[in-house]
Each structure stands twice: as structure tokens, then as C-alpha cells.
Design a protein around this ligand. Structure first.
Ligand code: ZN
Length: 211
């Protein structure tokens, strides 16, 4: 699948899963110095490959008639400082709730480790600005995900599929936390407990075959 076809596929899935309402999110995928990105103001479930602009890493439009997403500076800032090959940004409900009420998402489930543990909330700045791009870049350091204050969430991956799955996981973790608050006080995993999970994952048990 070409980069632009991937954007159509995952744009459609993002809307289907309710992670994106209409135009409220954007995706990009990088190959070398080129980045294919969803266009500004287009419904993500109705994209065609030709609609998706291609920019270079410096932000110059290389291909396409439509303007790239207004959050393209944020995507490029993350590409400039990480080895990410794909980025997904949405205004998903639970991610946005956490991003409007908290300064970080504490790890209440060990799957948070897949995103780097604690998920930071990047300081608020107007959408599409270099300030927001810088804030997200800082919050993303050493992580696969960040939340953006009063805005939404962003995840990275080595492929668009990976970045997309990270967005699904981020939303799930936020939902568990938010719903947990209505039942009681969610217990946060300690560093010791998280380290034990890493240890366990690195040394999975093997089951002897019955002879
Ligand atoms: Zn946004």
C-alpha cells in the first residue's frame, strides 16, 4: 500500500472506531525525506490517495492540490527529533477528557508501558502553531504518546499501523482511568511493579511439551 493509500485506510478506521469525528484529527506517514499527510479540512473517512498532500521534512509541498493538515508543523517537529515513521493525532473523547483535566495520565494498567509509562500532557497552545509543536515535542520525549492540553492526543510508531494501535491503546487507557474515577480512586502502579512487568516480558515462561 502506498503512503497515501495508508492514510485513506487508517483515516477510515479512525472514524469507524469513533476516534475521530469528521475532520477532527490528522495522520501522517514518512518515507525518507517525504511525509504524506491528511489534507486540511477533509473528512478522514472520505479521503482518496490524490487528496493527500505530500510535503518534505522542511514543510514544502511536493505533491497534491489540497493544503496539508494545519497540524503538519507538529508532525514535522516530532519527525525532526524522533525516529518515528508515522503519527496519529485525534480529539478522541477520553483522551481529550484527560487532556483537559490533568497534567499527566498515571499508569494504572501495565499496558501503559507500551506507550512509555506515564503519558505527559503537553502545555496548551493554539492549534497549528510552532508553540504547540514545541510543547508536543517536549511531552513526547522518550514516549510513544502524548496528550495535548484542552485538545487531544498524539501517538507515534514505526509504521502507521503501529501509531494507530498506539492511539487506540491511549484512548483505552484514558477511558479506563476516567471510568475508574467514577467507581473509586484508581490505583497507580509503582515503578517496582512496572519494572517487574518489563522483567517478565523480557523473560517469558516456556511451557515444556508433554512427551
Ligand atoms: Zn487537533
Amino acid at each position: 500500500m502506498s503512503l497515501r493509500e495508508q492514510l485513506c485506510e487508517y483515516g477510515r478506521r479512525a472514524v469507524e472506531l469513533g476516534l475521530v469525528i469528521g475532520t477532527s484529527g490528522n495522520l501522517s506517514v514518512r518515507e525518507g525525506d517525504l511525509v504524506a499527510v491528511t489534507p486540511s479540512g477533509a473528512a478522514l473517512d472520505r479521503l482518496t490517495p490524490e487528496m493527500c498532500p505530500v510535503v518534505d521534512v522542511e514543510g514544502y509541498l511536493v505533491e497534491g492540490d489540497l493544503q496539508p493538515s494545519s497540524e503538519t508543523p507538529m508532525h514535522l517537529a516530532v519527525y525532526a527529533t524522533t525516529d518515528a515513521k508515522a503519527i496519529v493525532h485525534t480529539h478522541s473523547v477520553f483522551g481529550t477528557i484527560v487532556a483537559t483535566t490533568m497534567t499527566e495520565l498515571p499508569p494504572v494498567h501495565y499496558n501503559a508501558l507500551l506507550l512509555g509509562g506515564v503519558v505527559r500532557v503537553a502545555e496548551y497552545a493554539t492549534y497549528g502553531t510552532p508553540e504547540l509543536a514545541a510543547n508536543v515535542r517536549a511531552a513526547m520525549e522518550g514516549k510513544k504518546a502524548a496528550l495535548m492540553a484542552n485538545h487531544g492526543g498524539v501517538t507515534v510508531g514505526a509504521t502507521l499501523e503501529e501509531a494507530f494501535e498506539a492511539t487506540r491503546l491511549l484512548e483505552w487507557l484514558c477511558e479506563v482511568y476516567v471510568r475508574g474515577l467514577s467507581v473509586g480512586k484508581p490505583a497507580v502502579l509503582t515503578n517496582e511493579q512496572l519494572n517487574a512487568v518489563v522483567e517478565r516480558a523480557l523473560n517469558p515462561p516456556t511451557f515444556p511439551r508433554r512427551l
